[in-house]
Design a protein around this ligand. Structure first.
Ligand code: V4E
Length: 231
């Protein structure tokens, strides 16, 4: 079965007073909301070390999957991830990623499951409750709340989010969602145009909420991701 997927292309920025003024003048504020995120991984960071980000927000699951990164200047400042929101597909993909990684716990678990299948009591099915997390040894490694103010830029249909996380970090994001890979290039161009409009001149990659959270609360995880060039 094929599921609908989208690609999120985004650039993070630090919102100065100047940027905020331009934003308030040239964009439409489409509202403010608050959400709590929980991110999950194994004890050995098997997902995040491969740049997979499994998240639960407002009861909905999402898996952000890595895509090949571009080399151009604009692409260095932008990230792109394929987003999967269908829980069945998320569970399948996570299992594959953990298997590819050779997770010892997963190997042990599938042996047990095979045994169960033989006796007919249990098969490796997709579960809708949260036992699938413990089956795969996934635990919450980060959780925080964000207050987000969202804007849309008038001509571009580009979304700009101003996030304030509850651990003392604020960051802006210019974001374009596309459904086809072939539209990524035009998304990058839109982001470049929006960045110019907002007067973003810096060429520095800006840390996301997760970078700052991990650095502050779980430096071992942060160091592992830095060493693997994930962050
Ligand atoms: C992809 C990723 C993570 C998952 C969440 O990332 P992000 O888009 O920053 O969060 P948020 O709250 O804005 O999600 P949205 O509402 O847009 O769905 S955590 C770390 N990464 C990787 C990553 C990276 N390598 N570099 C940068 C600049 N950001 C994220």
């Amino acid at each position: 079965m094929l599921f609908q997927m989208s690609v999120e292309v985004e650039r993070k920025f630090i919102c100065t007073d100047e940027t905020l003024k331009i934003l308030e003048k040239t964009a439409v504020c489409v509202g403010q909301r608050e959400f709590h995120d929980q991110y999950f991984d194994t004890a050995h960071f098997a997902l995040t070390l491969q740049d997979f980000w499994l998240r639960k927000r407002k009861g909905c699951w999402e898996l952000k999957c890595p895509m090949i990164r571009g080399q151009s200047k604009v692409e260095e400042l932008c990230t792109r991830y394929r987003e999967i929101t269908n829980l069945t597909e998320i569970q399948q993909r996570v299992r594959e990623v953990l298997k590819e990684r050779g997770s010892p716990q997963l190997a042990e678990k599938s042996k047990t499951q095979k045994k169960d299948e033989v006796v007919g009591s249990q098969s490796q099915t997709v579960t809708t409750d949260e036992t699938w997390l413990s089956d795969l040894d996934l635990k919450c490694f980060a959780e925080f709340t964000t207050v987000r103010r969202s804007f849309t830029l008038k001509e571009d249909g580009v979304q700009v989010d101003l996030d304030q996380a509850n651990f003392g970090y604020s960051v802006g994001e210019i974001e374009v969602l596309v459904t086809e890979d072939r539209d990524v290039q035009s998304a990058l161009e839109k982001i470049e145009k929006a960045s110019q409009k907002l007067g973003l001149t810096g060429n520095q990659k800006i840390p996301g909420k997760m970078d700052v959270f991990l650095q502050k609360y779980t430096p071992m995880h942060y160091d592992a991701l830095m060493k693997a060039h994930i962050l």
